[in-house]
Design a protein around this ligand. Structure first.
Ligand SMILES: Nc1nc2c(ncn2[C@@H]2O[C@H](COP(=O)(O)OP(=O)(O)O)[C@@H](O)[C@H]2O)c(=O)[nH]1
Ligand SMILES: [Mg+2]
Length: 370
């Protein structure tokens, strides 16, 4: 493997880009018709895949829908009208599910939806929750269409319902239901709420490998995206540190470039920005040659304590961190509409902007350290 690195740098960078595809987060949203499933999915993910996409059949009653980015899989139990029926489906789904889980396609979370106005949770629903939890999948009991107003919260009867459901000691994540309202209701003056919390608790229960995908797929919380991006940077920096010394002018920076290609793609995905493989690899190549060139080597590397004419592991880690945070900032600004990454890319100014921000990051850290 290592031997190939020097021979086919382009191939190695392409590979790094491919490997940085975020593994999909698979979610099942179940509940009665009219509970608000579609509205919830729309509010959290920006579209209802089950309504707009083409599903791949898993069993006769179960289909899997995926978003274009490949970060979200939505299991849909279509045409199942009642909880009784749903329980039968889940039972027959059990065997298929065990196979899928073994094949690396597990469901990472279930949002079991009941309407706040229902005020009831019967034995059938209870058994269903138990059956689902027995699949070894995190189950969230979501109370939908909860009336909520800022400064007031929700009405006492909803609080009673929440307390009652909590007292049932159901096998659900966090031990308590998660009340939400997916949309504002201008007629009653109630507001959307709880979506960020639902995403956060789902993220906490998600396996490490797929949490970045959930952070990417959801669009309700920038803080969740930021947290996921920070983790990507920390991991890339650790990997870069482990790569070891690279002499300057950069003789073989390919392993380090591979780490950075992967990092840039993952962070961009988390913010829903899809750069092409070509653009990402070209960007990192520009960054590297700029770093190798004396001008930028002096402007950026001289800020790293201990940087001489060799990129040591620690320097590689430091530069990777700085680039990561610079890129994170650009992605956040792009998402906020403050700048257009694609404009900079098109006019060939993206690498320069990124380096400038990275240098600022390093400068800041060097100053703080003194
Ligand atoms: N006010 C309010 N209405 C909602 C909310 N969620 C869903 N609805 C309404 O409830 C109805 C059923 O929602 P839908 O998402 O189609 O339910 P589904 O059958 O479970 O997919 C629709 O008229 C929605 O507009 C919510 O959070 N607040
Ligand atoms: Mg629906």
């Amino acid at each position: 493997m290592t031997e190939q690195l020097g021979r086919d740098p382009q191939g190695r960078l392409d590979e790094a880009w491919d490997e940085a595809q975020l593994p999909r987060y698979n979610l099942a949203v179940i509940g009665a018709t009219g509970a608000g499933k579609s509205t919830l999915i729309n509010a959290v993910f920006g579209e209802d895949l089950a309504a707009t996409g083409v599903g791949a059949p898993v069993t006769q009653q179960v289909s899997l829908y995926t978003n274009d980015e490949g970060t979200l899989g939505l299991y849909d139990f279509k045409g199942v009208e009642s909880f009784d029926q749903l329980r039968d489906v889940v039972r027959s789904f059990k065997k298929t599910y065990a196979e899928r889980a073994k094949a690396g396609e597990p469901i990472h979370g279930i949002w079991f939806c009941i309407k706040a106005a229902d005020r009831r949770f019967d034995q059938t629903q209870r058994r269903l929750v138990e059956d689902l939890a027995a699949l070894d999948v995190p189950v969230f009991l979501v109370i939908t269409q909860t009336p909520w107003k800022a400064g007031i919260g929700f009405p006492p009867d909803v609080q009673h319902f929440v307390d009652y459901l909590t007292s049932l000691r159901l096998p659900i994540e966090t031990g308590r239901p998660v009340p939400i309202a997916a949309v504002d209701d201008p007629f009653s003056g109630t507001q959307a709420f709880g979506l960020e919390h639902l995403v956060e608790v789902s993220l906490e229960a998600a396996p490490k490998g797929v949490s970045a995908a959930l952070a990417a797929a959801q669009s309700v919380s920038i803080a969740v995206k930021h947290g996921a991006a920070r983790k990507v940077i920390a991991l890339a920096s650790t990997t870069a540190t482990g790569i070891g010394a690279i002499p300057i002018p950069v003789a073989d920076a390919v392993p380090l470039m591979a780490v950075q290609v992967g990092m840039l793609r993952r962070i961009a995905s988390i913010y829903g920005i899809s750069l092409t493989k070509q653009a990402t690899v070209a960007l990192v190549a520009q960054l590297t040659s700029a770093l190798a060139g004396k001008t930028l080597a002096t402007s950026l590397l001289k800020l790293v304590p201990g940087a001489g004419w060799v990129i040591t592991g620690a320097v590689a880690g430091g530069v990777t961190t700085a680039l990561g945070y610079a890129w994170l900032r650009l992605c956040e600004n792009h998402l906020a509409g403050d700048l257009d990454i694609f404009d900079y890319l098109q006019s060939n100014r993206l690498a320069a902007l990124l380096l400038e921000l990275a240098a600022q990051n390093l400068q800041g850290r060097v100053h703080r350290r003194r």
